[in-house]
Design a protein around this ligand. Structure first.
Ligand code: AR6
Length: 175
């Protein structure tokens, strides 16, 4: 099932929280900053271990760490694309970021997972396009998995919340 919540992703209890990270995995602003701040240094320590093994995380790929003090078992860090007028395969890269996060979650026996609106802040991906991609990829994946039971879209701003509410209501009509 898919749930929609407006609020702060660091406050919601799930098995795994997805982070909209950058390729360095060293933290940043936006939701990344909030996750590292609330989760504490254990998350950064795990990220540094991953960096020394594989040198960070490429755009659209995903890695998994502890969730530190967050109300979750894991954080899945993925890197969305920076929007550049749609000329750099951004839509496919965003879809792959969602898909790779879901695959990694299911490989780690994660049943509940929350997503922020990846790339729609500092990376400037158009919110309507991003919401359509997120809802499509997640719905398609849920139809193929027994492991993941619940995906929560956590919207921080009103614009994203309204876009997701509309899309998810339309989906209900089809199901
Ligand atoms: N809970 C849920 N959503 C949030 C929160 C929160 N606490 N804080 C912000 N958002 P952004 P990006 C929303 O900029 O566009 C970082 O510096 C926000 O309103 O966090 O993928 C990284 O290190 C927006 O809708 O991520 C990268 O360098 C969404 O989260 C870069 O930003 C994503 O906004 C990644 O940029």
């Amino acid at each position: 099932m898919i749930e929609l919540i407006k609020g702060d992703i660091t406050k919601i209890t799930v098995d795994a929280i997805v982070n909209a990270a950058n390729t360095s995995l060293l933290g940043g602003g936006g939701v990344d900053g909030a996750i590292h701040k609330a989760g504490g240094k254990a998350i950064l320590e795990d990220c540094q271990k991953i960096r020394s093994k594989q040198g960070g995380c490429k755009v659209s790929e995903a890695v998994i760490t502890t969730a530190g003090k967050l109300p979750a078992k894991f954080v899945i860090h993925t890197v969305g694309p920076v929007w550049n007028n749609g000329n750099n395969n951004e839509e496919n890269l965003l879809a792959a970021a969602y898909l790779n996060s879901l695959r990694l979650a299911s490989q780690n026996a994660i049943h509940t997972i929350s997503f922020p609106n990846i790339s729609t802040g500092i990376y400037r991906f158009p919110k309507d396009k991003a919401a359509q991609i997120a809802v499509q990829v997640v719905s398609d994946f849920l139809a193929t998995t027994d492991t993941i039971e619940k995906v929560i879209f956590v919207c921080f701003d009103d614009e994203n919340y309204t876009l997701y509410a509309k899309l998810l209501n339309q989906k209900d009509l089809y199901n």
